[in-house]
Write a protein that binds this ligand. Sequence first.
Ligand code: NAP
Length: 272
Amino acid sequence: MEINKDTKVRLNNGVKMPLLGFGTSRTKGETERIVLQALKAGYRQFDTATRYENEEEVGNAIKKSGIPREEIFITTKIGSMEGEHDYPEKAFNDSLKRLQLGYIDLYLIHWPISGRLEVWEFLEKKLEEGKVKAIGVGNFTIRHLKELLEIAKVTPVLNQVEFNPFLYQKELLEFCKEKKIHLEGYCPLTRGHKLDDPRLIEMSKKYKKSPAQLLIRWALQHDVISIPKSQSEVRMKENLEVFDFEISEEDMSTMNSWDENFRVTSDPEEIP
Ligand SMILES: NC(=O)c1ccc[n+]([C@@H]2O[C@H](COP(=O)([O-])OP(=O)(O)OC[C@H]3O[C@@H](n4cnc5c(N)ncnc54)[C@H](OP(=O)(O)O)[C@@H]3O)[C@@H](O)[C@H]2O)c1
């Protein structure tokens, strides 16, 4: 299938989500500026979280942009703040208030909370109330997903996990496909750690693209939703220029073989 900057994936509940989006973690204080620039550059899908402490800035940018709400897709996430007063209801209401939105497009459990599956039931309730258009999870392994699917009335639309050629989670990708759960890949650029890998540089030269563009394109060709983050206007534009070339099947296989279980964030299996 041919893809372009406006390509949307159809999630398992029929909701459509832009295949390429924009990450906002670790941008607190600058988020409003960069989301406004990203909107201007053409991004329409944004990833935030309670934990990023920037939901209000994302909301300000959406308001200031003047772009109709329904043209923008917003994901936010609930953290594991069990001890907090009136959790999870308050956590959700606070997110909505900070984002200054009437609804959230996609609401995720940020990290698996073992034995706390009632948080999923809470998300299902928000979906039923129409406060969110889709619900999903983050950092779930196959084990976590199996546990969830046993009690879930609603199948998560997606699982947001760390995913790039250096952490090619093939088994998880296949399991999710089988269960009709889309994969969304975070740290598509390995947070910069692997951009100078000689094999990647060599491959990018072949396609006359940058290493970052090659990594994003690799994810998209796996039908994985990608959310690169950049605070630079030049680089956020560069990261959108990934639709004028295609990585050959052979080179996709080569890139798949770079997997070395490299992680920028924690291994969800090692979280207590
Ligand atoms: N669910 C979760 O637990 C979870 C965990 C981590 C991340 N995420 C989400 O995924 C998003 C993306 O992940 P990430 O921000 O950790 O890492 P990333 O997108 O893999 O990498 C971002 C880094 O790459 C640099 N960069 C961006 N474009 C570039 C380009 N064209 N050339 C060279 N360098 C470039 C950025 O620097 P500049 O900003 O200076 O351009 C930044 O240092 C996050 O923002 C967040 O929304 C979710």
